[in-house]
Design a protein around this ligand. Structure first.
Ligand code: PLP
Length: 275
């Protein structure tokens, strides 16, 4: 018998293609050595060519999943991904308070403000963006938007270090403790520079840009790796640095699958032992 591991909860959608969403989160939690638990918010129909549609789960069932695991198994850190509707977002916000998860509780909460897939397919009903801003940002220990999500949430275009800093400041106005403005979509930058800030510290995390189109699930994998490190007790800056190292390897070892965009590979730590 092994010792009881630390636990991480993902509140997110299923990707039938297995590369993003709940599937990416669980693979990452496992690879990072924490026990992963799930509250599924929606079931997407998708493959490497895009999202063909999704059906959301009713808000009561989302709430019940969170309460079931939090009440019995305990949660050391949580993250949200695809939340689909304003109703689910409202239910998640209320439930996080009830089970004491969030920036003002002991349990860190990472908000990945997922709005659309890389193909541009919507993963959030239009009216739900405002609910993410008002109901989840103030509860988040860390928010991890990419540049498309920054534009949707603030109206700001990020093209360089200065506008990335302005975006961080604008997002902090919505009340999270920390924000990570991911620079991965600044394609003319030969490096991949993310900016982490709590309004006092501004930390640039500089990494290589890997020339691959197969980055499906990259955002989910980064947020999950950060959440796993938070579950293990790291503070936000150290957890983000560890997450950045993890996603760099997962992108370096991504693979083609299907006719479209293949997934990043969160199993890189296990690769040497795998036949
Ligand atoms: N499907 C689900 C369920 C997701 O949660 C996400 C991203 O968060 C995606 C698809 C899109 O992934 P990508 O933008 O990497 O294609």
């Amino acid at each position: 018998m092994s010792a009881t591991p630390r636990t991480a909860l993902t509140i997110a959608g299923s990707d039938s293609g297995g590369g993003a969403g709940i599937q990416a989160d669980l693979r990452t939690f496992f690879a990072c050595g924490v026990h992963g638990m799930t509250a599924i918010t929606a079931v997407t129909v998708q493959n490497s060519l895009g999202v063909q549609g999704f059906a959301e789960i009713d808000a009561e069932t989302v709430t019940a999943q969170i309460k079931a695991v939090a009440g019995d198994m305990g949660v050391h850190a949580a993250k949200t991904g695809m939340l689909a509707t304003a109703e689910i977002i409202g239910a998640v916000a209320k439930t996080l308070d009830e089970v004491h998860i969030g920036r003002d509780a002991d349990v860190p909460f990472v908000l990945d403000p997922v709005a659309a897939s890389m193909h541009g397919d919507a993963l959030l009903r239009e009216e739900a963006l405002e609910a993410i801003r008002t109901e989840l940002f103030p509860r988040a220990s860390l928010v991890t938007p990419n540049l498309d999500e920054v534009r949707l949430l603030t109206g700001l275009l990020v093209t360089d270090a200065e506008s990335q800093r302005a975006a961080a400041n604008a997002l902090l106005e919505f009340g999270p403790q920390w924000v990570l403005v991911k620079g991965g979509h600044m394609y003319d930058d030969p490096r991949c520079v993310d900016l982490l800030s709590d309004g006092v510290q501004y930390v640039e995390l500089d990494g290589p840009r890997h020339e691959t189109e197969h980055t499906h699930g990259g955002g989910d994998t980064l947020a999950s790796a950060i959440t796993a490190s938070l579950a293990k007790g790291l503070g936000v800056p150290d957890a983000v640095a560890a997450g950045k190292r993890f996603i760099e390897r997962a992108v370096a070892e991504s693979y083609p699958l299907g006719a479209g965009i293949g997934p990043v590979s969160p199993f890189w730590r296990l690769a040497p032992e795998t036949p």
